[in-house]
Design a protein around this ligand. Structure first.
Ligand SMILES: *Cc1c(COP(=O)(O)O)cnc(C)c1O
Length: 363
């Protein structure tokens, strides 16, 4: 039977493999594979989504007015310059499709979030990866890889899966070294976790420099990955473009209601940040004390790089953790074949994970 022809490039795509959540033989697993936020959603967001469930017969407000106003209040932003999306993933995809096409390039650091490459390939756009410097994005290497065909530069700051970040000064240097007509997309999915004086998520840069967009998500500190909700802050002309290409009802009624409650729940986000501060430091310190090699992560996860001798490899570690009902995330797809990314979960989960790795290291 003849099949309709698929556009060039699509069949070369490898579907994104999400973090696993089930393990054969384990009724309960410790899922540390998707950076989902240790504390679940805010109780206020849950309550708002319950109420919203009763009115899902009605289409959502396609303009997401109340949610954009709530985000604007929380971050001091003009709601007219915000667009909400079905996860920030959708916004990444829309930016690629709106600003790049076959023959064009999108640029990102070597160990960047995988979706930049996947959406580029899906749109027939050439993905270009610039080398990093010790698992940190390298501004000079990125600038050296800009070509006439470069349309977008994606920088996750902090980056997933390395957990490292670029200072405000470095991001500014990147923007100032870029051609003005190259869109700089700062993906600040983990911004709320970062407690560094020299970090800026992108709001100030969007305000001070043209053609810069910041993306945020409710999937991480707000613990709402299952609701699919993200947002973009950018200049009027980019917001206008996103509003033209998005689907009219891209954010569901429960996601709008849950997001509005979550963004106003300062106490919950403070608690989640404090939890992460404590358990990130706790976990990193103990894993380093075991002799394991970690990046300096400022996100809600650590990246552990294992040795290559038999019995000590990342696959051995992953299998050992799975035997204990713990699922982390192997990073081969990110060009990090010896690394395992471990999300910061609850205190009990981190104790179990550190104990298991101590046992693994002891052999
Ligand atoms: C998790 C993540 C996202 C996005 O997620 P959505 O759930 O689609 O909002 C975006 N960028 C990075 C770097 C992430 O780690």
């Amino acid at each position: 039977m003849k099949q309709p022809p698929v556009r060039p490039g699509i069949m070369d795509l490898k579907p994104y493999v999400a973090g696993e959540s089930k393990l054969e033989g384990h009724a309960r697993v410790i899922k540390l594979s998707s950076n989902e936020g240790a504390l679940g959603p805010s109780p206020k967001a849950i309550a708002a989504m319950r109420v919203a469930a009763a009115v899902v017969d009605r289409y959502p407000d396609g303009a997401a007015v109340a949610l954009r106003e709530a985000i604007g209040r929380r971050h001091g932003l003009d709601p007219a310059r915000l667009v909400c999306g079905s996860g920030s993933d959708e916004l990444i995809s829309l930016l690629v499709r709106a600003y790049a096409g076959p023959g064009d390039e999108v640029l990102f650091p070597a160990h960047a979030f995988l979706m930049y490459r996947i959406y580029a390939q899906g749109a027939g756009v050439t993905p270009v990866a610039a080398p990093e410097n010790g698992m940190v994005a390298d501004v000079d290497a990125l600038l050296a890889h800009v070509s006439e065909r470069t349309r977008i530069l994606f920088l996750a700051n902090p980056n997933n899966p390395t957990g490292t970040y670029l200072s405000d000064a470095e991001v500014r240097r990147l923007r100032e070294g870029l051609r003005e007509d190259v869109l700089l997309v700062l993906d600040a999915a983990y911004a709320e976790y970062v407690e560094k004086n020299d970090y800026e998520p992108g709001i100030a840069l969007v305000d001070s420099h043209p053609n810069t967009v910041m993306l945020r998500t409710f999937s991480k500190i707000h613990g709402m990955g299952g609701a699919r909700l993200g947002w973009a802050y950018g200049p009027d002309h980019v917001i206008d473009v996103l509003n033209r290409v998005r689907s009219p009802f891209n954010v569901s009624v429960p996601a709008l209601a849950g997001g509005e409650a979550a963004i106003q729940d300062h106490a919950f986000t403070d608690l989640a940040r404090e939890h992460n501060d404590y358990w990130l430091a706790w976990t990193a310190e103990r894993l380093r004390a075991l002799g394991l090699n970690l990046t300096d992560s400022v996100g809600n996860f650590v990246l552990v790089t294992f040795q290559t001798e038999p019995g000590r490899t990342v696959n051995d570690a992953d299998a050992f953790l799975r035997g204990k009902g713990i699922i982390a995330r192997a990073m081969g797809a990110y060009g990090l074949p010896d690394s395992l990314r471990i999300t910061i979960g609850t205190g009990d989960e981190m104790r179990a994970c550190v104990d298991a790795l101590a046992e693994f290291v002891a052999g």
